[in-house]
Design a protein. Structure first.
Length: 282
């Protein structure tokens, strides 16, 4: 996998700008950010896009052939890896995450890390009960078998089309499925699904402090055609934030859960970084 998808920063960025840390979601790898990485580098940012534990710097093909390093990995395992990376950086980064990566953005900001955060189609923090039918359908291959709790589970071609590629025709969706999709850590999905039954006020791996006063600015992004994290779910996340720290919600028409690779992804990428630049006066 190319160096710009590793934990190492690119050397092309402007040292006066914070770096950008990109966090991929379930069933994906850092490769899903390939266009965003180049786009942000062209704007003078240093960009890092590390894989989850077990994904690391492996290619999608490597992971499909041997997904076992992801077995049993939890939300805490993933967050701990990104916390460790952030603490090695000279300045707090801008953290941008998609899907479960968006949940991790919220957790990391809640832990006092990051200069700003952007959570795109974010999975829900603990205490937010939101499992609409489309979410259950999109993730049913995992939820239907609790005995897979500590294993890895792939998405079939048709499941990927419903979950990530519903803006595409089946042949187009198949191309993205073959390029990007990998088996996912079932443990993480189960933690997210069951986290809605927990109290917002209690601690835990999926916990976010919604009232944290000194949290970095946070932007939540939703798409109107998202089957995995519908905009109604992101609106619930937005409503949970009660503290004085900046949090805003932006809804994009026609965007699906495959938003980071959907035609016109530049609109979302640019809106996100421009919002952050305004908040940070960069």
């Amino acid at each position: 996998m190319s160096n710009y998808l590793s934990t190492k920063s690119s050397t092309t960025g402007n040292s006066l700008k914070p770096s950008i840390l990109l966090i991929h979601g379930l069933w994906m790898t850092p490769l899903s950010w390939e266009d965003w990485i180049l786009h942000y580098q062209s704007r003078g940012y240093q960009v890092i896009a590390p894989g989850w534990p077990g994904v690391d710097e492996r290619t999608p093909q490597d992971i499909r052939e041997n997904p076992s390093p992801m077995n049993g990995k939890s939300i805490g395992d993933v967050v701990n890896k990104y916390e460790s990376i952030i603490k090695t950086l000279p300045t707090p980064p801008i953290i941008i995450g998609h899907s479960f990566g968006g949940l991790f953005v919220q957790i990391l900001l809640s832990h006092g890390l990051g200069a700003a955060g952007v959570a795109i189609a974010p999975a829900t923090p603990a205490g937010i009960l939101a499992l609409p039918f489309s979410t259950i359908k999109a993730t049913f291959n995992v939820l239907a078998n609790p005995f897979d709790y500590n294993s890895t589970v792939p998405l079939s071609e048709s499941d990927f089309h419903y979950a990530f590629g519903n803006h595409l025709n089946p042949p187009e969706s198949k191309v993205q499925w073959e390029k990007y999709s990998v088996p996912a850590a079932a443990h993480v999905l189960w933690q997210g699904a069951l986290g809605g039954l927990h109290s917002k006020s209690k601690s835990g791996e999926g916990h976010v402090d919604f009232e944290k006063a000194n949290r970095a600015p946070l932007l939540l992004i939703a798409g109107t055609e998202d089957h995995v994290v519908p905009k109604s779910v992101v609106e619930k996340e937005m409503a949970a934030y009660k503290g004085p720290a900046v949090v805003e919600l932006k809804i994009f028409q026609g965007r699906t859960h495959g938003v980071v690779n959907q035609t016109g992804w530049e609109e979302i990428a640019d809106f996100a970084v421009q919002w952050v630049e305004k908040q940070l006066s960069v």
